[in-house]
Design a protein around this ligand. Sequence first.
Ligand code: TYM
Length: 330
Amino acid sequence: PRRVVSGLQPTGELHVGNYFGALRRCVRLQQQGDDVMLFIADLHALTVRQDGQLLEERVLDMTALALAAGIDPERSVLFVQSAVPRHAELCWLLACLATHARLAHLPQYKEKSATMKEVPIGLMLYPVLQAADILVYRGTHVPVGADQLQHLQVASQLVRTFRHRYGPAFPTPRPLLPDDGSDRIKSLRDPSKKMSKSEPDPKSRILLTDSDETITLKIRKAVTDFTPEVTYEPETRAGVSNLVTLHCLAADKLPEEAVEEAAGLSTAQYKREVAGALCAALAPLRARAAELRARPAHLHAVLRHGAARARLRADETYEHVASLAGLTRT
Ligand code: TYM
């Protein structure tokens, strides 16, 4: 059977890239009957400096958004990574199989570490912890954005190395990639880059908590090009095409339909359509999340329930793996 695993880092507020690229896809997999494990990756967040209080707040924000988006805490398992210590324990076993050379050459590591004076080892171990997140549940399918593909390659390499060293223990996890462009939503300020939680300009991304006015403003300011027609050509017209993608994801259309309907509109006029579609898709989600966010005790109860279920599953894998590795189980 398929086992879907995915994670969200609480390093900033969730944006539409995270939503269309990961969260909403998890909800749809849940609805089609898949076994979904979704967690908030607070241990990963610690690879860069965090304010503890803010981190805890963001974990609750994300829990509220995940529930508002449709994650059902009975059908799926929703939890915080650090509440399941097996992630970190399996990370250690895998770290002993990973090589410095491989990790030091990953583009995301090189990029992030380039600007740091002192590089924490945890930053280098980031993909190893991510592999542990998936393997500790014997995850088979991982719905993620395109930015996570290299991390998944590390995970499948670790599965192979583990098998050679100790014997078969994990299925090879596969990225689940969509065909609707949702895995690569671009920055609204620089469509050559992905939309990201960490880009300094807040107008580069639409947050799930943005008001209709803010959404409309950010779309109006989105960088396009000097051609007024609306076309869908992601390679050559990344800016407009990103707007078409967002429009389609929000309004459940195909790019051809959206472009046909936009015939005769300038990109400036089309932006109003896009903003309208995004507002319509996000407003109910935002309202549900705000209600849930006002009930922190309920959110904590949901996370406790999820963690208890996740621990049972993680224990089962870890017991097996630890005995393969010769760790004494007393
Ligand atoms: P994070 O928190 O950066 O992003 C959460 C999810 O959103 C996707 N995503 C995007 N999708 C489309 N367009 C974008 N512009 C965009 N930006 C982000 C990400 O690909 C991700 O799926 N390392 C992960 C968290 C993680 C994880 C895991 C994921 C930790 N352990 C195990 C899967 C399995 C991350 O930083 O996601």
